[in-house]
Design a protein around this ligand. Structure first.
Ligand code: AMP
Ligand code: MG
Length: 491
């Protein structure tokens, strides 16, 4: 029998923040994907287990010994409107393990059946969206963007009913935690200040231990969480990543990207880019993400007021507001620091902000591919302009900006090839392009063929090194394909 060294700190320390639940038993579990490297990092001790056994363990057919499955409670603002009671409607936390680096990680199922929070949902998930979460998570990991990871994807052998019947799957997700802004909102809405304090202390101990014993720790929690979000969103923006559903229940206090349902990487750079089929007003468009993160943090701040200033919560408003307002500046500073590295600069000058904004405005004006433009800018450092110029309608439109960029590198103290190499370490060539992701999901979901998914994962795990034979993985889809691209929430 497989036994995991599970701990259950969330269940133990936060009674009232979850409901016990059991996964459904799938009729014919079959392993689609297994992340052996991640299992090793987690110290799971399953290296002897065969595929059939792993399929059972990671689908609910036969839980690892030591599991204590629970559905976590949370609320959330969805598209700006408050839902007081959401919770894990199709997810279960099995437990936590301490990984090889000493970090506590949640191991959770998604798609394992109904819970007390399922409302009208079936608690299930389809193969396609679970593989999307796998692919995007691994792509983010390789780009050094904090994100939850997929340990396993198991086909259940059963159909889930969506617009049409789709093959069902259970994803095993690994996360630094599943503590969300919405978790705090759940207790704030119900006026449970005692639980809120326990939750805040738990969050501090787990994610910000250096602050846990300090005076004024709840205000510091807000500050630290805002800092992590600023860093995360800055990285999303540079990667051209669009989360798609930045509801407050999908913002993790660990600073990891979580719950990426209809997420996607943008091809042509434009702030208004939206892929999600349900985001009719573009609330979660690419260019809105920093402002939405700030809005979500303001909702988080509201929950903390009675902890920051127990006798008079209103008295905490000015200090909390200062932090929320400061988010914009922190975000911009972190974003600009990364922009400089992407531009091949080692030092900082005030004009760099304008230089970067002008560059991005050019990309937006001519619908230029975000990833390739940054990548091919590295060629320019070596005096090669063909690939970059070919992305624009004519080299003339780019020339004035390029001149500024070249001037910014004066006096050149580094060798051109060193600048180019440094830029290529910051600007990926291979991203999870929508048409490639769709192709992979389609093969797996419609034809049971995991080949394209595995190949795509292999490419995405090394995004910065250009390799022979992978040209098609670097290119955007034809405009007519990209034009109407939509992603779905995956429920
Ligand atoms: P999401 O948009 O996936 O972050 O989910 C929002 C809320 O809906 C969460 O409370 C989920 O647990 C719940 N939910 C989503 N899909 C389902 C489903 N198929 N069955 C039950 N609950 C679901
Ligand atoms: Mg969610």
């Amino acid at each position: 029998m497989i036994h995991f060294d599970f701990d259950h700190s969330y269940a133990r320390e936060l009674p009232g923040a979850w409901q016990a639940a059991q996964p459904e038993t799938p009729s014919a579990p079959a392993l689609l994907y297994w992340n052996a490297a991640l299992a090793d990092e987690l110290g799971l001790g399953v290296s002897q287990a065969g595929e059939a056994e792993l399929a059972k363990l990671f689908s609910g057919a036969e839980l690892p010994v030591g599991s204590q499955p629970i559905a976590q409670a949370y609320a959330g603002h969805q598209f700006g409107g408050l839902s007081p009671s959401l919770g894990d409607g199709r997810a279960l936390l099995l437990g936590e393990v301490i990984d090889k680096n000493g970090l506590r990680r949640d191991i959770a199922f998604k798609g394992s059946g109904r819970t007390a929070f399922s409302r009208r949902g079936d608690g299930k998930a389809a193969v396609g969206p679970m593989l999307r979460e796998l692919i995007l998570g691994e792509a983010m990991q390789a780009l050094d963007i904090p994100a939850t990871r997929a340990l396993a994807v198991v086909a259940t052998g059963e159909a889930v009913q969506r617009e049409r019947p789709l093959p069902g799957a259970v994803l095993t997700r690994v996360a630094a935690s599943h503590l969300r802004v919405g978790t705090f909102q759940y207790f704030a809405i119900h006026g449970e200040t005692g639980m809120l304090r326990k939750l805040a202390d738990y969050t501090l101990a787990r994610h910000y231990p250096e602050l846990a014993r300090q005076d004024g720790r709840y205000l510091k929690l807000l500050q630290a969480a805002a800092e992590r979000q600023a860093a995360l969103i800055a990285r999303w923006m540079h990667a051209g990543f669009i989360h798609g559903v930045m509801n407050t229940d999908n913002m993790a206090l660990s600073g990891e990207t979580i719950d990426f349902g209809p997420c996607a990487f943008m091809d042509a750079h434009h702030p208004d880019t939206v892929f999600s089929s349900i985001d009719h007003n573009g609330r979660y468009a690419y260019g809105n993400q920093p402002a939405i993160a700030q809005w979500n943090l303001a909702r988080f701040a509201e929950t903390l007021l009675p902890l920051i200033s127990p006798d008079d919560p209103a008295a905490a408003v000015p200090a909390a507001t200062e932090i929320i307002e400061g988010f914009a500046e922190r975000y911009q500073a972190l974003w600009l620091a990364q922009a400089r590295r992407k531009l091949g600069l080692l030092d900082a000058k005030p004009a760099d902000l304008q230089l970067t904004e002008d560059w991005l405005a050019l990309l937006a004006a001519y619908g230029v591919d975000h990833t390739l433009a940054w990548r091919y800018l590295a060629d320019e450092a070596e005096g090669k302009s063909e690939r970059l110029a070919a992305l624009f309608p004519s080299p003339d439109v780019l020339e004035p900006w390029l001149k500024q960029w070249h001037n910014r590198h004066l006096p050149r103290t580094r060798r051109p090839q060193d600048i180019a190499a440094a830029m290529r370490r910051e600007n990926p060539l291979y991203i999870a392009r929508n048409h490639l992701v769709e192709e992979a999901l389609d093969a797996a979901s419609e034809h049971g063929d995991m080949g394209p998914t595995l190949k795509l994962l292999e490419v995405l795990r090394d995004p910065f090194n250009e390799r022979e034979g992978l040209a098609r993985y670097a290119l955007p889809a034809a405009p007519e394909v990209a034009e109407g691209y939509r992603t779905f929430c995956g429920t």
